[in-house]
Design a binder for this molecule. Structure first.
Ligand SMILES: *[C@@H]1O[C@H](CO)[C@@H](O)[C@H](O)[C@H]1NC(C)=O
Ligand SMILES: *[C@@H]1O[C@H](CO)[C@@H](O)[C@H](O)[C@H]1NC(C)=O
Ligand SMILES: *[C@@H]1O[C@H](CO)[C@@H](O)[C@H](O)[C@H]1NC(C)=O
Length: 476
């Protein structure tokens, strides 16, 4: 049971002073882990792998209006279609020479932090983008706010990785600048339109050059290093860094309802406190991760939003849990399917203070592939339906497959000439020509079909007692 106390105990020692009010989108799971960065490398495969949360239309390139049309968000408050991302941390098994992604949950803090002048705190302007941290940083300047904004917590707080076992997981922490120039939604370095406050990186009054005080954003990544044996030098960021100094993070605003965000900022004082439930990291086919799935990846969620009335009213747990990416991503294994022998891209091990090692030759760039499988011709998805009450909805044929997708099921039923196909609980496929055993052609909320397809981590295949219903009228 010690594990369920992790987040709470971590939070008690957090850098966030309790005198401040705030809320946390806690225990958030990734939308996708992939080599994209729509801010730094728009339209391209990015140089290293990121773990991305939030709106489902995250992709290589998009704008605010496009992002707000996301079907869903992995953030509990569904009108927040923003994207939040940071580099993935890997575990290097030095004997085997393999890299496995270390499961990571995010707690996303929204902190109203007026300084001595008690400046008004504003919601993000539509489409704001920003970057905190520096992928090339190799030294720590303890008085520089941009450096102070990046830190780690294990048994104590540090600026970089350090030789410590972290029995309660490690927190990687990033505090974004909160002062905006009032004009630019982005800038060439993705930083200079924003500034840290005058008194400190995490609180204070805004400088005259950046006079608009926005809500402060703080990512606390709970990195489950405790699931792996501790060996110095085994923690490696996706860009090769073994020091931790190059940690950086990105934010792309996608709040479709800015009045909701502003109401929360204005009304939700003293929202500290609620802690609810546990949550499991999404299942993976990498055997190392799969063996950890059942117990050890469960973690207590720290939410701190139930007491914030405007946000509480907008929570949709089921939609957040079922949310999958919609856009194409680079077609490569980033370690969740099986362990890697090299980090994706050109990312050789990079320790010490020297320059980043270069690759000769550069590895090939992968092409893009859709995240969801494409149904065979004639088939359409009609939605999520409830399984029969006295038996299966579709009884004519069935199969299970560890590579199950909607496409695989439609092909299976189509080859047998059945017009109805239903995928259930990740890897089951049922075919029929009619609804049986009390099942009806009536859809329930899409998020009831929230179980990840056994054969595609970015697609849902039904749920417990729920079928993703596929139909081909030409077979009727
Ligand atoms: C450290 O940061 C401070 C504040 O930004 C700056 O004045 C100082 O020059 C920096 N020191 C070094 C060695 O870069
Ligand atoms: C996880 O638990 C379920 C139910 O208890 C069991 O069927 C399954 O085999 C377990 N998986 C692993 C990887 O241990
Ligand atoms: C199920 O119902 C939908 C909407 O009511 C309808 O469009 C569809 O044709 C029906 N499908 C079948 C297979 O009866």
């Amino acid at each position: 049971m010690a594990l369920t106390r992790i987040s709470l105990s971590l939070l008690l020692f957090s850098v966030i002073p309790t005198a401040y009010s705030y809320w946390v989108f806690g225990g958030a799971v990734p939308l996708v882990t992939t080599r994209l960065d729509s801010i730094v490398s728009p339209g391209e495969v990015s140089s290293h792998v990121h773990t991305v949360l939030g709106g489902s239309r995250f992709g290589a390139n998009y704008d605010f209006n496009d992002l707000t049309r996301s079907e869903c968000s992995t953030i509990l408050v569904q009108s927040d279609k923003s994207n939040y991302w940071a580099p993935q941390l890997y575990y290097l098994d030095q004997a085997a020479g393999t890299y496995t992604p270390i499961p990571t949950f995010f707690n996303i803090y929204y902190l109203p932090r007026p300084g001595p002048k008690n400046e008004q705190i504003h919601a993000f302007p539509n489409g704001l983008r920003m970057l905190a941290g520096d992928v090339l940083r190799r030294v720590n300047n303890a008085t520089n706010y941009a450096d102070k904004a990046i830190s780690y917590y294990c048994l104590d707080e540090r600026a970089d990785f350090f030789e410590h076992q972290c029995p309660n997981a490690m927190r990687a922490q990033i505090f974004f600048p909160s002062c905006w120039d009032g004009v630019n939604l982005d800038s060439p370095d993705h930083k200079s339109h924003m500034a840290y406050p005058l008194q400190d990186y995490n609180t204070g009054d805004c400088p005259d050059t950046h006079p608009v005080h926005l809500i402060s954003l703080f990512y606390e990544m709970i990195v489950r290093v405790d699931l792996f044996p501790y060996v110095p030098g085994s923690w490696v960021y996706s860009f090769g860094d073994t020091t931790g100094l190059g940690l950086h993070a990105d934010f792309q605003d996608g709040w479709e309802d800015k009045s909701l965000l502003q109401n929360a900022i204005d009304q939700c004082v003293e929202v500290n406190g609620d802690v609810t439930g546990t949550l499991a990291y999404p299942s993976q086919s990498n055997p190392t991760l799969r063996s950890q799935q059942n117990n050890s990846l469960k973690l207590m969620i720290v939410r701190h939003i139930l007491a914030c009335a405007p946000l509480n009213a907008a929570i949709n747990n089921a939609a957040a849990a079922a949310c999958k990416p919609e856009m194409s991503i680079p077609n490569e294994n980033v370690g969740f399917t099986s362990a890697l022998t090299k980090l994706p891209g050109c990312n050789l091990l990079w320790s010490g203070t020297g320059p980043k090692p270069v690759c000769d030759p550069n590895p090939p760039t992968p092409s893009f592939a859709p995240t969801r499988s494409t149904l065979p011709s004639g088939w359409t998805e009609l939605g999520c339906i409830v399984e029969g009450t006295t038996g299966r909805a579709f009884t004519s044929a069935s199969t299970t497959d560890p590579a199950m997708t909607k496409t695989l099921c439609a092909n299976y039923c189509g080859n047998l000439n059945f017009p109805f196909a239903g995928v259930e609980y990740g890897d089951e496929c049922y075919c029929g020509s009619e609804f049986s055993n009390g099942a009806v052609n009536q859809t329930v909320p899409w998020s009831d079909c929230s179980v990840t397809c056994a054969g595609n981590p970015n697609e849902n295949c039904g749920g417990p007692n729920r079928l993703s219903f596929l139909y081909n009228p030409t077979k009727h």
